[in-house]
Design a binder for this molecule. Sequence first.
Ligand code: ATP
Length: 354
Amino acid sequence: MAQIRIENVRKEFGAFTAVQSSTFTIEDGEFFMLLGPSGCGKTTTLRMMAGLELPTSGEIYIDGEEVGQKPASQRDIAFVFQMFALYPHMNVGKNISYPLLSQGMPKPEVKKKVGEIAEILGITDILNKPVGGLSGGDRQRVALGRAIVRDPKAFFMDEPLGALDAEFREHMSEELRALHDRMNATTVYVTHDQLEAMQMGDKIVVMNHGVVEQFGVPQDIYDWPATKFVAQFIGSPPMNFLDFQGMVGTGQSELRMNDVAIEMPEMREGRDGALTFGIRPEHVRLDDAAPYRGRVIATEYLGTTQIVTLDTANGEVKARLSSADAVKVGDQTGLRFDPRTITLFDAENGKALK
Ligand code: ATP
């Protein structure tokens, strides 16, 4: 197990900065997600932790030891690039035992260790089978077995489930999480899939254009996004944004949007100017008596819920409602926002106001 700390780590490739100065800590035993869109710098960040890429500046600590300029071989970690990459000419047992045999571990010890790992992964009955004929799930388990057999301090995984179809992916992500909970080894996992990050991660770092936008537990990131980028990247449909000119004062718990008074959480920070009102679809209710008005322009049936899109003076709003609610295109109605869940952003820099 290992604690990993990234301090002011930056990576340049020539004139291009792939990762801006980043700082965060991954605690011992955490399942930690690096999340962001393609090209945001998450793979580069992971590769720097693993020692496959050296930072241009900044420090990387594993269990308090600065390893930033050390190669991967001196970091005692396992990198699961692509779970399907197995040695095709070896059987399952040989694939898993290979890392130990090449380290010079005596054969009886290797056999015992491989037996234990096979037990954990539930693949004892296929140890003698060639890897060629295995199902996708078993191949994945064997590749995992090969990674965990050395008891590394930490695991690094880069989109390990990326190539799988949706249903199988869901199944494997549950297995991976369960395996982590049994072994408790620090795991750093790269994904661009916000749902996967929310479901699997103890903590998430959200990156965009090489910048760490937010770092925290999934629920805080969902409920209290630090920036508009995070609010939009996480959640489906994403948070609604309504732009308006306005003023909020410190200690104020009501705002005026187009002269309509809306209750909101008490502000610790005031602002006067271009603001963005943020509300998640599940926190919007339709109520004829509410003063903030809209017109239904679309409904999308999703089984137990429906997504209703409304046109308002400040832009479109999506509401997630029960499918039992009778709503039809053309309805004029009021919108009520759950006050505790409103986030106000500075429209210019995209940062959430406190
Ligand atoms: P993806 O999910 O597409 O892999 P990512 O978030 O993992 O995206 P990185 O692979 O870390 O992003 O890349 C971040 C940026 O750095 C990209 O613009 C990429 O083109 C660039 N980059 C990565 N490696 C190199 C390299 N060796 N030389 C030059 N540019 C690089």
